[in-house]
Design a protein around this ligand. Structure first.
Ligand code: DAH
Length: 346
């Protein structure tokens, strides 16, 4: 077997190299194995006689053997005080330049944008460095109201506007609602995707994260439009078998307000596996996504829209949250560490 011959040759060469005590002996070994009429070349001449399907793998094996002998030779040569021989194989294939790709968060933002674009939502961006009025006051949070505490906001020192209050890093994309109302007349169909900031940090919360906020304002908009939009998004983003559920909740800027859940992928909303056990992913069939509701009349008024004539719905969720649910990622910090072993999987 030629394979055995190659292995024996390799062992023989390495053995001789290890026993050699001077540079001259090493040179002799080099020419005996690697020289023009050396043993490796002799083996190479056997290749054309092999079965065609074996030629590739045997050729590769011979090349690897040659490289190994070359390496032990130069190591010993160096040890015995000789110069390290630079060996450059012109026949080796070149190194391909590494090609990057969009980060998973960016891919998800693009996907969300495309899904909502199909039903007429226009992507906008509003300031991340905001005024209190847009993030809180104008969204129906009275001054010093305890509900503000839930947003764990970073305020900016020495930045104050007599009209709009304190400067801050926006803690949610809902700040885009009033900006959109000021910029456009109804009908509105806005998708605001932006960075948000909060004083929080654990496996599911980062100090900087992304939210996407939908806002629709028109005549005759009601909860069924909201529910239909949520169902549409979940089917597009998570898969055709998924659906939305809304539960009563409280937000200052919506009335009524809801918490939105998506049916679990493991048990499709039943809470039980096929064999009747409790689903380990969700325990009760549903996974919480985030808030939504019908725009509060005070918010419409603050945005210069007549609440007697127009109604609207809104929702605002974390981009990282929905993507972590979709790909089964358990720790948000993985998304911001820039570790290629993680990022290359997507
Ligand atoms: N802005 C809220 C948050 O960050 C989420 C939210 C709730 C957005 C209800 C909405 C909404 O548009 O209607 O927790």
């Amino acid at each position: 077997m030629i394979k055995d011959q190659i292995t024996n040759l390799k062992n023989e060469a390495i053995g001789q190299v290890l026993e050699a005590n001077d540079l001259k002996t090493l040179e002799e070994i080099r020419s005996k194995f690697l020289g023009r009429s050396g043993k490796i070349n002799e083996l190479t001449k056997e290749i054309p006689k092999l079965k065609p399907e074996d030629r590739g793998s045997i050729g590769k094996l011979i090349n690897e053997t040659k490289q190994t002998i070359e390496e032990v030779l130069s190591q010993s040569q160096e040890k015995l005080g000789g110069k390290k021989e630079e060996w450059f194989d012109l026949t080796l294939p070149g190194k391909k330049p590494e090609i990057g790709h969009l980060h998973l968060v960016t891919q998800t933002i693009n996907e969300i944008t495309d899904i909502f674009a199909k039903i007429g939502f226009k992507r906008v961006r509003y300031p991340e460095v905001e005024w209190d009025w847009y993030a809180f006051g104008g969204l129906n949070f009275p001054e010093n109201h305890p509900a503000r505490d839930e947003w764990e906001t970073y305020f900016i020192a020495n930045l104050n506007s007599p009209k709009y209050g304190r400067g801050l890093l926006t803690p949610h994309t809902s700040s885009g609602q009033l900006r959109e109302m000021e910029a456009q007349k109804p009908p509105l169909r806005m998708l605001n995707i932006a960075k948000c900031y909060r004083r929080q940090s654990d496996i599911s919360h980062a100090t900087m994260f992304y939210q996407f906020e939908g806002l629709v304002v028109d005549e005759g908009i009601n909860i069924t439009h909201l529910k239909g939009t949520l169902d549409y998004f979940f089917k597009q983003f998570f898969g055709p078998e998924r659906k939305a559920r809304i539960r009563p909740y409280h937000f200052q800027f919506t009335e009524p307000s809801f918490e939105v859940d998506v049916s679990c992928s493991g048990c499709l909303g039943t809470g039980k596996t096929a064999s009747g056990e409790i689903c380990r992913v969700c325990k009760e069939g549903w996974l919480e996504i985030g808030g939504a509701g019908m725009v509060h009349p005070n918010v419409l008024r603050n945005g210069g829209i007549d609440p007697e004539k127009y109604t609207g719905f809104a929702f605002g969720w974390g981009v990282e949250r929905v993507l972590m649910m979709k790909y089964g990622i358990g720790d948000i910090r993985l998304l911001f560490e820039g570790d290629l072993r993680f990022l290359n999987q997507f």
